[in-house]
Design a protein around this ligand. Sequence first.
Ligand code: ADP
Length: 264
Amino acid sequence: MAMRTCQKIKTTVNVLGKFSLRDFSGVKNLKMSKWQEEKDKFLGMSLENKRELYKSYTQLKDIPTWQEYAKKESLAKKIAAKLDFTMDDSLNETLREKISLFQGDITKLEVDAIVNAANSSLMGGGGVDGAIHRAAGPLLLEECKSLRGCETGDAKISGGYKLPAKYVIHTVGPRGEKPGLLQNCYKNSLKIMLDKKLKSIAFPCISTGIYGYPIEPAAHVAISEVRKHLESHADEVERVIFCVFLPEDERVYEGALQSYFPVK
Ligand code: ADP
């Protein structure tokens, strides 16, 4: 009898030995965080119910494609492209319908994902980052805390909560003119879009505010990366929107877009 009790104790000790302290602290995490529950709730809502949450929004169908936009008489002068790849001109007609230039507040766009020009802490900030957090509500910050920051040029995805956009892709642009890092922001955001099978995305002019990247070279990086992506993934994309905030940035984008997405 004493032998059997002894054996039982030994077995219990062995079983317990297989768990580390971390496993037991993990039990606490089995309970879903509030942001996780709410994220699922927002993502599962019907469009009708979700629209009651946000006061004003712009639907994708109301954003003209670049093809439609370019009919404007007062289009800014073309700025020559800086191509580091060969453009397949046979795609021009299709691709002109897959992009848009929109001037206004990115937080109003009812698209699959908006991109946030975040900082590496992902804890919110000024500019477009602040606007996105304010419109999404405090649970966005809670989810961002769980993402554990983001390197410059990298990108991470979260829910959109009270935003008209389903998701937010947070990317961290470089401080100052560093084309390789800015390219990575666009590349990695588009990769997430592809992996998550999202069809529409809106980009702000990453790094061109507080981070001080001059608008014209930044526009070239943004537009050429999108063109490169669309050359091989046009079928997976419904729309890529370049969302500019300032009227003068819109003029720069108009000029650059004519080179990468030529219009007749
Ligand atoms: P960064 O630190 O990457 O420079 P900022 O937020 O300062 O980020 O600026 C990035 C760009 O976002 C700028 O072009 C700025 O004009 C623009 N911006 C600011 N607020 C909004 C908004 N609500 N919607 C769209 N773009 C915005």
